[in-house]
Design a binder for this molecule. Structure first.
Ligand code: SF4
Length: 436
């Protein structure tokens, strides 16, 4: 019988839960130090008590940077087994979280399959599911309908839910007055905004926040405070709408913590590179160190087809400056539903960003694998290099398809007989160097 509600409640009571102990071990961190961070809200351990197959992870800027992958059944991809295969291959590639953004048919069986078979954190956006679940037009849904869907996701074992609690009726006026280039680009945020516009009512996720906190406390669901006003282009970055919403997210973070509910705060969006670090500092200050979950940030608007790269550049700088959690972006962003290859490219790009930031932040042990790679490269040990690679398959196939003229050479075809590594090894060993 649990004598605590959430991981935060346990940490505040000095109880070492199995999840706290596992995260401390994974992060090579002293348990008491981790408990202090969880108690203060600076680390979230997203672990719904009904997600029993979870291998818990912590999310916080002083821990390894985590990445999320968005998947789920949709009208164009409605086979549960195919989607589940994508989920498991994302986990194998190193995703620490899967957000189930299913938008077709009965979404509950797939959600339950995830929380009964998938060991990583599972997140959802209940406002998307509300329209699908009730099969009714958005305007006909009531505030109670939205809250009931949150309860259903909590009962199903979802570890974190994105809720766009930060926009209010005042935001509607601001968006109209402020004339942003891209208005609202958050899918969930636009649904909340549309519902408020059509019904004339206040944001239900803001108005009934205390009721939502009760549900989240009961099941230990972490709230990921969605940023409806995240900039959708460089021109809208760090504007009044974004910052005004962030201030409200800071207030909501405090209210959740007073209820022992764990919180992450979602962040921008499209942001020029020179504003990324400042955005992270402002968020940490306004939201009192709550873990920051960034969507990108994309540092230029002109690279459709390559937005996994624009996001990885922004993501690396964001994580180096305090972001804790990166949402992957695929080459299909702004263009289409990602296919399997897009998903892989997005995951690898996010892993590179997260790992580069962890090295820069000095996360203990983060650079060990890079040092191993350097040792393998120095001795031209190709198998050892593949073992260190983020994507061994791609590395292997590139080399195999373009071997040096002499197939048995230990060099690669990049410099062939002029291989600097081989020449240096031979020179330092006092050997004859046969270039021709
Ligand atoms: S041939 Fe050039 S790129 Fe290839 S291993 Fe040698 S030095 Fe490196």
């Amino acid at each position: 019988m649990r004598n605590y509600t959430t991981q935060m409640d346990a940490a505040r009571k000095g109880i070492i839960t199995p999840e706290i102990s596992l995260v401390a071990e994974k992060e090579h961190m002293d348990v008491s130090k981790l408990m202090t961070l969880v108690a203060e809200g600076k680390v979230a351990i997203c672990a719904n008590k009904n997600h029993t197959c979870l291998s818990a992870e912590g999310v916080g800027s002083m821990l390894r940077t985590k990445i999320n992958v968005n998947l789920g059944v949709s009208r164009d991809c409605k086979d549960y087994d195919i989607e589940m295969k994508k989920v498991m291959s994302a986990v194998e590639l190193g995703a620490e979280a899967i957000m189930d953004l299913s938008s077709h048919g009965n979404t509950q069986p797939f959600r339950r399959k995830l929380t009964s078979e998938c060991p990583v954190m599972i997140g959802t956006v209940p406002v998307y599911d509300s329209v699908i679940h009730y099969q009714r037009d958005l305007a006909t849904l009531t505030a109670k309908d939205f809250i009931d869907v949150i309860r259903m996701h909590a009962e199903d074992g979802v570890d974190f839910v994105t809720l766009h609690c930060g926009i209010t009726r005042k935001t509607i006026e601001q968006i109209k007055k402020h004339k942003r280039k891209m208005n609202i680009v958050s899918r969930g945020g636009s649904l909340v905004f549309a519902w408020m516009s059509m019904t004339g009512e206040e944001n239900p996720f803001y108005e009934y926040y205390d009721e939502i906190l009760d549900i989240c406390e009961e099941y230990d669901v972490t709230i990921s405070l969605g940023d409806a006003c995240r900039p959708g282009c460089l021109a809208d970055a760090t504007d009044v709408c974004q910052i005004e919403e962030l201030v409200r997210l800071g207030e909501l973070t405090k209210r959740a913590w007073d209820h022992n509910v764990q919180v992450m705060v979602e962040g921008p969006g499209h942001v020029p590179l020179d504003q990324v670090a400042a955005n992270m500092k402002v968020q940490q200050s306004i939201c009192m160190g709550a873990p920051f979950y960034v969507l990108g940030p994309l540092v230029t608007d002109i690279a459709p087809g390559y937005d996994h790269i624009t996001a990885a550049i922004g993501g690396a700088v964001a994580a180096m400056n305090g972001a804790a959690f990166l949402c992957y972006v695929t080459p299909a962003e702004h263009l289409a539903l990602p296919n399997v290859e897009d998903t892989k490219q997005g995951i690898i790009a996010s892993k590179i960003a997260a790992h580069a930031a962890d090295i820069a932040k000095g996360i203990p042990g983060a650079r060990d694998i890079d040092d191993k790679m350097a040792d393998a490269r120095r001795v031209l040990d190709w198998d050892a290099q593949y073992a260190c690679a983020l994507d061994p398959e791609t590395a292997k196939s590139i080399r195999a398809s373009r071997m040096p003229e002499d197939d048995h050479s230990d060099t690669c075809s990049m410099c062939g007989k002029f291989c600097a590594v081989r020449s240096m090894n031979k020179a330092l060993a006092g050997e004859y160097i046969d270039i021709l």
